[in-house]
Design a protein around this ligand. Sequence first.
Ligand SMILES: C[S@@+](CC[C@H](N)C(=O)[O-])C[C@H]1O[C@@H](n2cnc3c(N)ncnc32)[C@H](O)[C@@H]1O
Length: 252
Amino acid sequence: MSIYESYAPIYDAIGQGSFAEDLTRHILASAPAPPRRALDLACGTGAAALALAESGVRVIGVDRSREMLRIARARSRDRGMSVRWVAADIRRLSLSPAARGALRPASFDLVTCLYDSLNYLGAHEDLAAVCSGVARLLRPGGRFVFDLNTVYEFDSWDDTDQVVFDSPDLLVYNRLSYDVERRIARGRIVWFVREIERWYRGEELHEERSWEDAEVRAALGDAGLSLVARHTPQWEPAPAEAPRVVYDCVRG
Ligand SMILES: C[S@@+](CC[C@H](N)C(=O)[O-])C[C@H]1O[C@@H](n2cnc3c(N)ncnc32)[C@H](O)[C@@H]1O
């Protein structure tokens, strides 16, 4: 069953985009020169892409979820912003006619992929394909910034229900668990939304893979991308056992 489709309006309603908005501020503040053209991979409902566009960057957002993109498009239209939204799988950008038409090689100053979107990749080949696609699209010296949940985060996923949002019209809870052997984390997201006099229930099952730091560095290196720094989301140096790491990289 596809994910981020029926959940898309809930994701947006409960403010899940704020993580990427905050991180985008750190990315822009730490840029040696303001980026002119940026690509936001797995852009979701547009949190980072819209924050970049607001600061004057020309942005393209790519996601495979039509519903996430529908919301992103409506948000940019409501704010009078011109962001280009492309429906494509980030593992196969060069095979997608829509992405190929929009994404010129070596034309981007910045590529982002935020809020653990790369944890959704299931196999080494997927990570390698994303990294080589990014290297192809960045200009030499261009920057690639992404964040990952680490095993130290997933180890705390203890199979209990956690209410993450509770309002008179919407209740959302997650049951998070981690399979250590398979290195697969599961998030069962359940929501109840009230529409006039009735409550509707929705559910999606999300799977994330835990990537070891060495695997990430190898995929970056093989693609010709150099790791510059590992940050926490608050832009401090990331300790070895950080639950989430922001990788700040450059195309050599
Ligand atoms: C946690 S959301 C993050 C969205 C956005 N970056 C943000 O920070 O709000 C993960 C997003 O990754 C997208 N995604 C996951 N795997 C993808 C893939 N292979 N190709 C394109 N999009 C993907 C999902 O559709 C979803 O919108």
